[in-house]
Design a protein around this ligand. Sequence first.
Ligand code: PEP
Length: 323
Amino acid sequence: MHLCGPTADRCFRNLRKVLGKTEPRLQQIRQTHKLRGSPEFRSPCDGNSANGSTLVLDDELHQKDWKMRRFLVAGNWKMNTNRQTGVALAKELAAVAKMQEPGVEVLVCPPYPYLLPVGEALQGSAVQLGAQDVYFEAPGAFTGEIAVDMLKDCGCGYVLIGHSERRHVMGETDEIINRKVVASIAGGLNVVLCVGELLSEREAGQTETVLDRQMAGGLKGVSETDAAKVVIAYEPVWAIGTGVTASPEQAESAHEHLRKWLTTRYNAEFSSRMRILYGGSVKADNAESLLGQPNVDGALVGGASLKSASFVPIIDAARKLAK
Ligand code: PEP
């Protein structure tokens, strides 16, 4: 498989990290592929790298190419902003993310009442609109709830489901979360499924057990085709809104575990394509080290997404790594 420009450069940089391999192994990969370098192994991005040399990768290893997984930088505004400040923020973001970029997707999730004006302010830009929650029933007698169709009607492409505040403040169970996931996918929304352990669970050594339970619960009965509409957000509860960030190593270890879970539940190819975001006090000064981890494919950002001055540098960190 021949990979062009940024794809190949990033792929090789990250293969080094992912595989922990040294140059001889990379040479071996190149060699293997040269031997198999027939047209059927060529990718759509067939071409030359930025520096003019053609890079060649083994197909199987190319699945580890996280370039297949575009970064997603998502802002969760929670119960913040008003119409005026929300629209102003959206306009600022629209101005810095005018065009679709190959390596980075940007998403904002404002409060329900501002979906329409924020969506309008984002018109013509590459910034996507999402909601912070949804109800699983079709429109009807469910006072105070919002249906999937309504979110679609307001221009949402994404919805956050299972955010820790929904789980731990509003008492949402894995069963409720699963119903929301299933209804959202059926209604044509992309889902950001949030999972993460409490501090007490981490301290008791239960992080992976909790993640397994939340993943199994949230994705119960979700086929591989439907799961392709899902992005996972690993958000350790102790890091959300606390200013305490998981170290890049802690984040990577949890993400690696989640990817293994996806491999077991679905398959390796699918798992290699699934995006796993990190969330929990992501800021300009830690974004690059977190997003630079092989299995971290973006960020779900709360506090720092409320001002373009703090959100744009996080987008820029993703842009830099995507090059
Ligand atoms: C969040 O709301 O999902 C979040 C991660 O918040 P913060 O970035 O403020 O920790």
